[in-house]
Design a binder for this molecule. Structure first.
Ligand code: ATP
Ligand code: MG
Length: 421
């Protein structure tokens, strides 16, 4: 076939798509419980938006953006969104919320695009659910988000670990940065080319050195550089988490790749994913709204990698196959008409049913019913039609009983309720 999909882009069919939807459904349910409202933002934005917010030296802006010049008069340079936060911040400022109603709890969801090397758990189009909270500089907000994330992962039944750190703020981070630059120069030979580039441009990313995890063991530790305010903030976050029994690991080498983060940074890793195990990542970004031309409003947020979370669900084996409760088998045109009506009765009573083609043989249809995983077959032939009954066949147990049409609703409800979730 010539017209194949692009590298790093995926078609998700059936169970794989279902795993993604499940993650999305559960995320929405949790966000409701935490009073977080939805925001929908465009997929296409000015490239400048990302340059300004993510920082010129982030991987995203340096090499991962799908960007092109639009054919309008101004020849606007636009990009497919590589992440959600810049668009949400832009929308927040553009709606004037930073001045009129700064405290906002928002979530977004949808596809993101990054031109990176495809591998398992790393795609060029992937999906994120993200949360951004504005106007809440307090540590209680950091803790509330982490508690929500923990609840979400527990709800999905995937094994996970949560790591947190504080990377300081504008006041104390310069000293940490400087210490990292000094360390980087002293360990030049142990670092790869990527990291050589980072030393002056984005020294925090030195801690992400992919060459050898051992290298960074001697690197400076962000927690040693925190000012009193940042330390007190981080202590409160930890105390609140401990108080509600949340397990976390403090990882003083964890940094975020984007320039706008301050203070609390966190990541959640899921089991069974191999190298790309981070399924949730985020942190505080108190200076971002102002950097983007808005008021000085605090912010904190995170994104869930839906694709990876779905892979984790599949790896944990917690997904049940979706199959209809029953297949409807109608023999002949008159039975087919009756079956169309009865299918509505079954569905009105919460049964999931699939109507099979009436133009095949009984044997073929029974085989089809098994193939789609139906637990029951509802069979209607001329004889059943004449007597106002159907045959209800339990395909798993190979038993069959006759049910009066008038009692079909009741039978359907019992079958729907016996479905294992
Ligand atoms: P990584 O270090 O894995 O590249 P990142 O720091 O670029 O991650 P973020 O920008 O913080 O990731 O995005 C949050 C989450 O989105 C990640 O933890 C991951 O689950 C998911 N994610 C990021 N990039 C991809 C991708 N290319 N394909 C699939 N999921 C992704
Ligand atoms: Mg990345």
């Amino acid at each position: 076939m010539e017209l194949t999909r692009l590298r790093g882009f995926r078609d998700l069919i059936g169970a794989d798509a279902r795993a993604m939807s499940l993650v999305e459904e559960r995320a929405r349910a949790i966000f409701d419980r935490y009073s977080i409202k939805e925001i929908r933002i465009p997929v296409l934005e000015r490239t400048q938006l990302y340059q300004r917010s993510s920082g010129e030296t982030s991987d995203i802006v340096e090499k991962q953006m799908y960007t092109f010049t639009d054919r309008d008069e101004g020849e606007t340079v636009v990009a497919l969104r590589p992440e959600g936060t810049p668009g949400v911040v832009r929308a927040y400022i553009e709606a004037g919320l930073d001045r009129t109603d700064p405290e906002q709890r928002l979530f977004y969801s949808g596809p993101m695009f990054r031109r990176e090397r495809p591998q398992k758990g790393r795609y060029r189009q992937f999906y994120q659910f993200g949360v951004e909270i504005f106007g809440r500089p307090d540590a209680a907000c950091d803790a509330e988000l982490l508690i929500m994330i923990e609840e979400f992962c527990r709800d999905l039944k995937v094994p996970f670990t949560m790591e947190i750190n504080s990377i300081g703020d504008q006041k104390c981070r310069p000293a940490f940065r400087e210490a990292l630059v000094k360390w980087g120069r002293a360990h030049w030979d142990e670092l790869d080319d990527d990291c050589h580039n980072r030393i002056d441009r984005n020294p925090l990313r030195l801690l992400d050195c992919k060459k050898d995890a051992k290298v960074t063991e001697s690197a400076p530790n962000s927690l040693d550089y925190l000012c009193d305010e940042c330390r007190a903030h981080f202590d409160t976050v930890k105390e609140l988490l401990t108080g509600v029994g949340i397990h976390f690991v403090v990882n003083p080498r964890m940094v975020r790749g984007l320039d706008y983060y301050t203070r609390t940074a966190f990541e959640v890793m899921a089991g069974g994913l191999g190298a790309q195990s981070t399924v949730v990542a985020g942190g505080r970004y108190d200076g971002l709204v102002e950097t983007m031309g808005g008021a000085a409003v605090a912010g904190i947020g995170f994104a869930i990698g839906i694709d990876r979370m779905a892979l984790a669900l599949e790896a944990a084996g917690v997904l049940s196959a979706v199959a209809p409760d029953a297949a409807i088998i109608a023999m002949g045109p008159a039975a087919m008409r009756r079956a169309t009506l009865l299918a509505r009765v079954l569905r009105a009573n919460k049964m999931n049913v699939e109507m099979l083609s009436p133009e095949r043989k009984m044997k073929t249809l029974l085989a089809r019913a098994s193939k789609i995983g139906a637990r029951y077959a509802v069979i209607i032939g001329d004889d059943e039609l004449a007597r106002g009954v159907v045959q209800l066949r339990n395909l798993k147990e190979s038993t069959q009983s006759e049910v009066q049409e008038v009692q079909l609703g009741e039978a359907a409800r019992a079958i729907a309720e016996s479905r294992t979730k």
